[in-house]
Design a protein around this ligand. Structure first.
Ligand code: COA
Length: 259
């Protein structure tokens, strides 16, 4: 599959996706969102994939937002559909079976902040900057920003950022819990790879279960504790549970097969 707006490769069972429109600060136009969906398809169908890394090409931006040039002249129906489609795509990342890590090397604004928040973890450089500046344009976030920002940083801080359109720097994002780590530019991708490798040494079905249970906490259709108990129980049909517990008793490293 060829891409025009992203770069995507799978190396050593880790998918690396770079939004690749640096002259537009990697703004997410519809073509780019479609290609991200196609890359997720490839990743989902890749046996043994340990995780996904998302980043932005160039030195200035992770993603500076949805492409504003596509917003003019939208009808109510078209704008609603645009938001629903973006949300559906970002749900695919949030519900991905293996860890998804955003490597934020600059501006993560609007749809870029929303994209980073749909990932499971966020690692940034000192140049990372987060914000939801949509109100500057007379609009609100549409790809989940009003919901996920509250999940990460709490309602008071989220409302301030959403209403003032202020940006926060990497240190503030770390203090708020929006960033997991701050590293140098050279360490950015290697740090994400090392976290994915560490997670990849655990039981893949258990990791999938952890992701599903964490997402269940925020899903009003699900009751998190029941969901956790059921997910815990279902794992006992897997051979990985036998392998993991046996390996502990035999004092050796478990060799999980994801089955
Ligand atoms: N949509 C479309 N194009 C965008 C964009 C976006 N969200 N963000 C940046 N660009 C484009 C600019 O139009 C410019 O294109 P041009 O060179 O063809 O004129 C190019 O990317 C570089 O951006 P520029 O504004 O010149 O860079 P800067 O360093 O002066 O400012 C920002 C950087 C991030 C502060 C500024 O680009 C910005 O405010 N972007 C919009 C952020 C936003 O509102 N995002 C939410 C959208 S819903």
């Amino acid at each position: 599959m060829t891409f025009e707006n992203i770069l995507f490769e799978i190396e050593n069972n880790i998918g690396i996706l770079s939004i690749n429109r640096p002259d537009k600060l990697n703004a997410l136009n519809q073509a780019t969102l479609k290609e991200i969906g196609n890359a997720i398809d490839l990743a989902e169908n890749s046996d043994g994939l340990k995780g996904l890394i998302l980043t932005g090409s160039g030195e200035k931006a992770f993603v500076a937002g949805a492409d504003i040039s596509e917003f003019q002249g939208l009808s109510v129906e078209e704008a609603t559909q645009l938001a629903s489609n973006g949300q559906a795509l970002f749900f695919r990342l949030e519900n991905f079976k293996a860890p998804v890590i955003a490597c934020v090397n600059g501006f993560a604004l609007g749809g870029g902040c929303e994209l980073a928040m749909a990932c499971h973890l966020r690692i940034g450089t000192e140049k990372a900057k987060f914000g939801q500046p949509e109100v500057n344009l007379g609009i609100i976030p549409g790809y989940g920003g009003t919901q996920r920002l509250i999940q990460y940083i709490g309602k008071g801080r989220a409302l301030e950022l959403l209403m003032t359109a202020d940006m926060i720097d990497a240190q503030t994002a770390l203090n708020y819990g929006l960033l997991n780590h701050i590293v140098t530019n050279e360490e950015l991708i290697p740090k994400a790879i090392s976290i994915i490798e560490k997670i990849g040494s655990k039981g893949p079905l258990a990791i999938k279960g952890v992701i599903e249970c964490a997402n269940a906490f925020f899903d009003k259709e699900k009751e998190g504790f029941n969901f956790e108990a059921r997910t815990f129980g279902n794992l006992f049909t897997s051979s990985d549970v036998i392998e993991g517990t046996t390996a502990f008793i035999e004092k050796r490293k478990a060799a999980f097969q994801g089955k």
